[in-house]
Design a protein. Structure first.
Length: 317
């Protein structure tokens, strides 16, 4: 793959920072956009290899000035608001996930950006007892899921109007390096390493756990396949398997040989409790971009625990 000039929005976040690390290692020219001017700890080790831009995607003029200066070949849109318990301001969920996305589309069209990869979410679906395909009914149960789904619809509309390749990757329960310590997987793994009790609020909720390195692989496969794609394509990015939160904790306990006890009570990192099960059908991603997940839960926990163990002080609860 040729070296590209790529802009990542939300570069200081969990998935954005993982994408940045990978693209730097692949020798692309990486630009990172964040509305927070303070450099994230997630980017300390690549800060000399990424050009950082402070801009708010909800401000059309800020974004226009940034993209006019950078002139990227493509944009990977990881910026979001509403996925975490403390991100509950409805107007902000709307502004970031819809107004921000619309601004990116408009400015991208104006400056002839070739493609945009939009990071969506499985919460657009709202849950199901069977594997979800990209055409499954959209029935979100939160403002975050609703506005992310409307963003995906916006891309489908836009694809019929403008000449830009658009892809949405609907990411399921991603976990791994650089994840916020309040989230389920870091909470569980940190306490397993420390032999502390694990408190689970709803242990029987079922999720499609996908390791973040597999999400990054999906981004790369999408970039490589871009010449073969037209309009707006949506791909589910998950493991294709449904596992309970209790299963994740017990597998971690087994893999790490931890003495932690699992206690059923309030958990800091619980997901959206109103959705009982989410699991992806990933056939389309396999067939169209040649993507397959490499990490099952056991392998993911091993890799993440090794990484987290080297940064244990940051993850202290």
């Amino acid at each position: 793959m040729e070296n590209l000039k790529i802009l990542i929005t939300g570069v200081s976040g969990f998935i954005g920072s993982n994408v940045a690390h990978h693209l730097v290692n692949e020798n692309h020219e990486v630009f990172g956009l964040s509305r927070n001017s303070k450099l994230s700890w997630r980017l300390d080790d690549i800060k000399e290899k990424v050009t950082f831009v402070s801009a708010d995607i909800t401000s059309y003029e800020h974004l226009k000035n940034s993209i006019r200066t950078i002139k990227p070949d493509g944009i990977i849109h990881c910026a979001q608001y509403g996925a975490y318990p403390d991100e509950s301001k409805t107007s902000e969920i709307y502004n970031v996930n819809l107004t921000g996305l619309f601004n990116i589309l408009e400015v991208s069209s104006e400056f002839n950006v070739k493609w945009l990869i939009n990071l969506g979410t499985s919460f657009e679906y709202g849950g199901s007892t069977h594997k979800l395909v990209e055409g499954s009914k959209i029935k979100p149960k939160s403002y975050y899921g609703l506005f992310k789904a409307e963003g995906t619809n916006l891309l489908s509309l836009y694809a019929g109007i403008k000449k830009i390749k658009l892809v949405t990757l609907r990411v399921f329960q991603a976990y791994g390096p650089y994840e916020a310590k309040e989230r389920l997987a870091p909470y569980v793994i940190y306490n397993l390493l420390e032999n502390n009790p694990i408190k689970l609020n709803n242990p029987h909720l079922r999720r499609d756990f996908v390791y973040v390195k597999d999400v990054v692989s999906a981004v790369e496969k999408t970039i490589r396949a871009m010449d073969r794609l037209d309009g707006h394509e949506i791909f589910n990015i998950g493991s294709g398997k449904s596992k309970s939160i209790e299963y994740f904790a017990k597998m971690g306990k087994k893999v790490l040989g931890s003495d932690s006890k699992i206690v059923y009570g309030n958990s800091v990192g619980k997901p959206e409790d109103s959705v009982s099960q989410l699991v992806a059908n990933i056939t389309k991603a396999r067939n169209m971009i040649g993507w397959n997940p490499d990490y099952d839960i056991k392998k993911g926990i091993k890799d993440f625990s090794n990484w987290l163990g080297e940064r244990i002080n940051y993850y202290k609860q």
